[in-house]
Design a protein around this ligand. Structure first.
Ligand code: SF4
Length: 325
């Protein structure tokens, strides 16, 4: 598990804000503001943060569903930001997305067979008979039955619909799946079934995952490493075990305080998040978390902390660690 499949370098997405009669640009929302990370083959990277932190925009940037303002994305040795639209379409065969709301992402007027066939048609893979065979195979793989192929999305439960969304993502045999809050819309009891399925499929299909969630509890078991985002930037990135056992950034600590901890030996001072996440169109100066941080110092209000490796493989952006580099 050492080969790098995806490398992201200083990725930014700034959306213009326009106003006035002439609709001139009056500001910008820095939805993603300079993030860098890499993902190894076979790894699961969890990306976590509150809504508005830029995690879903990151997922869409990686797929190039939107173009970045700045930065590079190298996937499978190809620099995606340089590719033409038609070359990018070819690459998407190897990188697929699973969305939060399976109902909204499945065309209600199409049968499951038609929905699952579509990625194969788009990428010119197989003839009609081969495609139908593959649809039936994939339905079984995700725990549904081949007779479900003729049904419509509304005839399924939420959990089943997400299984269809996962089957659709698998149709082209991708290398990378970006799952954007894939279980957030599901009941807790169904969430673990879908997470277990995704773990099994990872082994069976040799998949690499980027798993986006707003809750550190959800990504805990599935992730090898976890990145925490706040207002468009990464504030902490570490191996799962290190992040859950020894979170360093006050924001991660506050997010973890909201997660029930099954380990009775694990002790962490509970920190609670107060206030709302500030507007990304007008982020606080210095450390963007300073308006909500219980450890805030004077320097935090003026100087933005660097994202630095504090321990091996454990990156943190916080002035509390300035003297430990
Ligand atoms: Fe808190 Fe300062 Fe660290 Fe930001 S840099 S998280 S305000 S201690």
């Amino acid at each position: 598990m050492s080969e790098t499949l995806l490398k992201v370098d200083n990725l930014k997405k700034h959306f213009p804000i326009t106003g006035g009669i002439l609709q001139r640009q009056v500001g910008e929302v820095k939805a993603v503001d300079g993030i860098s990370f890499s993902v190894k083959k076979g790894e699961t990277l969890g990306i976590v943060g509150e809504s508005g932190c830029g995690k879903s925009t990151t997922g869409r940037l990686l797929m190039r569903l939107i173009d970045p303002t700045e930065g590079k994305v190298v996937f499978d040795d190809k620099e995606l930001t340089d590719l033409s639209a038609s070359d990018m379409r070819k690459v998407r065969r190897d990188m697929q997305m699973v969305f939060q709301d399976p109902f909204a992402s499945l065309n209600p007027r199409h049968t499951v067979e038609r929905i699952l066939e579509e990625p194969l048609i788009v990428h010119g893979m197989g003839n009609a008979k081969e495609r139908k065979k593959k649809v039936r195979e994939l339905l079984e793989v995700v725990g549904l039955s081949s007779y479900h192929a003729k049904r419509y999305p509304h005839q399924f439960s939420g959990g089943q619909r997400q299984r269809i969304g996962i089957a659709r993502a698998l149709m082209t045999r991708p290398k990378l799946i970006i799952a954007d809050e894939p279980v957030s819309a599901l009941d807790v009891s169904i969430q673990s079934q879908v997470l277990n399925l995704m773990e099994d499929l990872q082994k069976e299909f040799d998949l690499t995952y980027i798993f986006i969630a707003h809750d550190l509890g959800v990504v805990r078991h599935i992730s090898d490493r976890v990145a925490v985002m706040y207002l468009g930037r990464m504030v902490e990135l570490a191996d799962s075990e290190a992040l859950y056992q020894k979170p360093m950034h006050p924001y991660t600590q506050a997010l973890l305080s909201a997660v029930p901890i099954p380990d009775p030996d694990f002790e962490m001072e509970r920190k609670y998040l107060t206030g709302d996440i500030p507007s990304p169109s007008n982020p606080p100066t210095g450390c963007a978390f300073h308006t909500r941080c219980s450890e805030c110092m004077d320097i935090c209000k003026t100087d933005r902390p660097e994202f630095r490796e504090i321990e091996e493989g454990h990156y943190v952006a916080c002035h509390l660690f300035n003297d430990k580099g």
